[in-house]
Design a protein around this ligand. Structure first.
Ligand code: BG6
Length: 358
């Protein structure tokens, strides 16, 4: 294996200066292969020398989640089960699998997007405040919240495949690989007990958006007769229109009790210019050189995330699997995703660039 050869050639030896290894995803294809990889790496490198890359963590908007939560006082007091109704993490892509058929057909959306990017975003919204901004403190909190996620019930999973996927080069003509998935997760701890976390991601959809919506509970008592309000929402817009939106109700002028939802919006481009956001990889590679592991998943996080995802992938190969729903290109994905949320009295929400379309 490559790491072994690096060791044999003395390239892991730090006596004459630091030596670090960067591993790009996929980090294994399941728990066992991820463990094998870690073992092989640890034969040669110490954990401090290993940088497992998840490029979502290098995105400015993902990094900003911790600043938004912990550099302000007004959001954190309501960031819990007393005020939050649900949290939704979406990564919707308009692109299809392109020329990656052979890779993708073996991988599918859960390995490609959930085990890594979406669960890492979840750690940022759901973790407890670390004692400091130090890599170990941050990584400990992330591992803690990941380990509080409960095993996912197959009945709370949805899988879809876009029409035409099987015609792509390198894809089996009867492929059952999912190009879309939606999951409902539960985090069993004091902060999040009873608050569902909905995750979804898919290819060949109608509008591109990676975002996290925190949906708040409705007012406990409505004094404005007969008017349904929209829930308050904070949308953390990861891409493409990077920013943060806060949605709340206002009175419609010149109407007695009419109201509507409006958005207060922060856009990175307004404050930092069109070119104000560095590429995720620029930041991550710089951190590798600086020796800062904060933005790199540790071995325990990788194991916990595979432990969550493996049973779903295995379950999807059994008769208990939800049906593989074929969805149209350019749509919002399989109907099952909406039905899943409806069964939990929720509704998918988008508050960033695609919100007007859904
Ligand atoms: C990669 C996946 O890790 O992330 C791709 O392998 C996916 O399938 C990509 O398209 C999404 O990254 P981004 O930065 O374009 O959202």
């Amino acid at each position: 294996m490559l790491a072994g050869h690096l060791g044999d050639s003395g390239l892991a030896d730090q006596r004459e200066g630091w030596r670090r290894i960067v591993i790009e995803k996929p980090y294994g294809t399941d728990l066992n292969s991820a463990r094998d990889l870690t073992r092989a790496l640890h034969d040669v490198f110490s954990e401090e020398q290993i940088y497992r890359m998840d490029h979502y963590l290098g995105k400015e908007t993902a990094q900003n989640i911790l600043f938004f939560r912990f550099a302000n006082t007004i959001f954190e007091p309501i960031w819990n089960r007393n005020y939050v109704a649900n949290v939704q993490i979406s990564s919707l892509e308009t692109l299809d699998i392109g020329r990656r058929g052979p890779y993708y057909d073996q991988t599918g959306i859960l390995r490609d997007m959930f085990q890594n990017h979406l669960l890492q975003l979840l750690t940022l919204v759901a973790m407890e405040p670390p004692a400091s901004f130090d890599a170990t403190a941050i990584r400990n909190e992330k591992a803690k919240v990941l380990s509080a996620i409960q095993p996912v019930a197959l009945s709370e999973t949805v899988r879809g495949q876009y029409r035409g996927y099987r015609d792509a080069k390198g894809v089996a003509s009867d492929s059952q690989t999912a190009t879309y998935a939606a999951l409902a997760l539960r985090i069993a701890n004091w902060r999040w007990q009873g608050v569902p976390f909905f995750l979804r991601s898919g290819k060949a959809l109608g509008c591109p958006s990676s975002e996290i919506v925190v949906e708040f509970q409705r007012p406990p008592h409505m004094i404005f007769n007969g008017h349904e309000t929209a829930p308050n929402m904070i949308s953390l817009c990861i891409q493409p229109d990077e920013g943060i939106h806060l949605r709340f109700e206002v009175k419609t002028p010149d109407q007695a009790q009419q109201m509507r939802a409006v958005d207060m919006e922060f856009h990175y481009r307004t404050y930092f210019g069109e070119n104000g956001l560095p590429e995720a990889y620029e930041r991550l590679l710089l951190d590798v050189m600086l020796g800062d592991q904060s933005l790199f998943p540790r071995e325990d996080q990788i194991e916990i995330t595979w432990r969550l995802i493996d049973p779903i992938i295995e379950g999807w190969a059994t008769p208990q699997a939800p049906p593989l729903e074929i969805y149209e290109r350019g749509s919002w994905g399989p109907d099952g995703a909406e039905k899943l949320l409806a069964s939990l009295r929720a509704h998918w929400r988008l508050g960033c660039s695609c919100m007007k379309e859904q």
